[in-house]
Design a protein around this ligand. Structure first.
Ligand SMILES: Cc1cc2nc3c(=O)[nH]c(=O)nc-3n(C[C@H](O)[C@H](O)[C@H](O)COP(=O)(O)OP(=O)(O)OC[C@H]3O[C@@H](n4cnc5c(N)ncnc54)[C@H](O)[C@@H]3O)c2cc1C
Length: 482
């Protein structure tokens, strides 16, 4: 089957009979819901750009067997693939100024590809073949796949099997001849309701007592027992006001859902790990590594839009020529490009796994994500500085359109001559959206916690940093012999 167009993608999601709840109600048609639709539009962009000749090289991959696939379903074959992944993500961030959600599936694909290969080799299982079959199905049908790792985790100091409530980590509750039944939940699931399939993975490394929790598999979004409760985003109900300006980014957005697996059946050929606790850690580490690389692309693209918005705001209020404004824009650019440099570096330093697919340099990927936990906050701070207070105190679009009030808003919120007040308000609302509104979920808090909280990267940096080798270097230079 050929790559889907954006419209075909939307219609394919519409056909899935998924169970979605928001504000205490079942949503009959998530595709048409005004709060949810912008998030679907962001994923759609991954299909639209793949149809455009100028982006063909970034957005698609032609495999050795001649099949042309969307890069989001690719298994990285070399460092060039890893680099193009980051460039593609920056492009998508630039086009949507939001989380386009499809990268978690790509990162899960690559982590599972190599982990199933090594698990089979050590344990004589058949997971790699299961995964290859699933992967080909997704590639040939151009599907969006969600990557579900994060369990609710209950008491963070306790292992999965030691939790007072055994469902705080997703687990196998029944083994049947033809498959398994799983129970639990995955929290914060980005883009789940805009996906055709979901790959579930464990969240943490595990010990033998956690056998039932060391499970990975794929199910379609309409699997019986699977349902989603949509996460609230700051300012989400502005999308219900029937106006466009106040939303800041009316067309695109992100979405997260608490996803419940209430005794979901998984057939044998959809299982990628079941009980091999010693491989849970490998899967977590590889998925997290690829996902930490991802942030060196997607957040950079969104940062490009924010930097541009701040510069436009300065143009519109007449401050653009001030040296401190120019310097703040330079600082924002420096921070943003540093994130990109890390994304590219960990890709360029990638290497093949035993299975043959390419993995990023784990140390550099963790450094990349550690920077992402900080720099977007500083970029936002500088954007708020440049935007001025009116970014958060401007009256609503309804006041602006009001026959009596509008002329006052128009008059008193004007900046430089030749720029309409409306345009000034539009750019300020975009900054507000990224700093404090719906998009701040993706640009700020996801930068902090997505792919693991900052401490998770510091643990990996400690493990990968090779302090012993560095001590030896110092002793050699200092002529120390012990
Ligand atoms: C917007 C957004 C989108 C996301 N999208 C996805 C997604 O698509 N798929 C997915 O699988 N996940 C997703 N995540 C989840 C993300 O990976 C987690 O948020 C992250 O791993 C942190 O887990 P937590 O939120 O439960 O935080 P917590 O575990 O509650 O962490 C809070 C603090 O406690 C500390 N802490 C936690 N446990 C311990 C411990 N044992 N010892 C010491 N300190 C500890 C942490 O370091 C942190 O400082 C998303 C998160 C966000 C915010």
């Amino acid at each position: 089957m050929a790559l889907m167009t954006g419209e075909e993608y939307i219609e394919s999601i519409r056909k899935i009979n998924m169970e979605v709840y928001m504000f205490g109600k079942k949503i009959d048609s998530p595709v048409d819901d005004p709060i949810l639709r912008p998030s679907l539009n962001s994923v759609r962009m991954t299909y639209d750009l793949a149809q455009m000749p100028e982006y063909e090289d970034l957005m698609t991959v032609t495999l050795e067997d001649g099949r042309k696939i969307n890069r989001f379903t690719n298994i990285h074959r070399n460092t060039d693939d890893l680099i193009k992944k980051v460039k593609m993500q920056r492009l998508l961030g630039q086009q949507t100024a939001a989380c386009f959600q499809r990268c978690v599936g790509m990162d899960a694909f690559n982590a599972i590809y190599s982990t199933t290969y090594e698990t089979d080799k050590a344990c004589g299982t058949n997971y790699h073949e299961n995964f290859l079959k699933f992967m080909r199905y997704c590639q040939d049908n151009d599907l969006t796949v969600d990557g579900a790792m994060t369990d609710p985790k209950g008491d963070r100091s306790l292992a999965p099997h030691a939790q007072p409530d055994p469902d705080m980590y997703l687990r196998v509750v029944e083994r049947r001849p033809n498959g398994i039944v799983v129970r639990g939940a995955k929290a914060h699931q980005t883009g789940m309701l805009n996906s055709h399939e979901v790959i579930v993975m464990p969240t943490v490394s595990m010990k033998p007592e956690d056998k039932d929790y060391a499970v990975s598999f794929a199910v379609p979004l309409d699997a019986p027992g699977l349902f989603m409760i949509i996460g609230r985003q700051s300012c989400d109900t502005r999308k219900l006001e029937g106006t466009e300006m106040d939303v800041g980014n009316a067309e695109f957005g992100g979405v997260e859902a608490l996803t419940i697996f209430d005794d979901v059946f998984v057939p044998n050929d959809r299982i990628f790990l079941d009980g091999e606790t010693e491989f849970a850690g490998m899967l977590v580490e590889r998925f997290a590594g690829y996902h930490r690389q991802s942030y060196g692309g997607c957040k950079v693209g969104v940062g490009d839009v924010l930097i541009g918005a701040a510069a436009v705001a300065a143009d519109y209020n007449g401050a653009a020529r001030a040296s401190h404004i120019k310097d703040k824009l330079i600082e924002m650019t420096h921070l943003n490009e540093t994130l990109y440099a890390c994304g590219i570096a960990c890709s360029a330093e990638g290497h093949p796994t035993e299975s043959g697919n390419y993995i990023i340099d784990l140390l550099l990927a963790n450094v990349c994500k550690q920077n992402v936990t900080r720099f977007p906050y500083e970029i936002v701070r500088l954007a708020e500085d440049i935007a001025g207070g009116i970014m958060v105190t401007a009256p609503s679009e309804k006041d602006f359109r009001d026959p009596k009030l509008g002329k006052y808003v128009e008059k008193y919120l004007k900046g430089v001559e030749g720029v309409s007040t409306e345009n000034r308000l539009r750019i300020l609302r975009l900054i507000e959206n990224l700093a404090l509104g719906t998009a701040a979920v993706g640009y700020r808090t996801e930068s902090m916690h997505g792919a693991g909280s900052p401490q998770a990267q510091r643990i990996m940096i400690a493990r990968q940093g090779n302090l012993g080798m560095k001590k030896e270097l110092a002793k050699k230079i200092a002529h120390i012999s012990e």
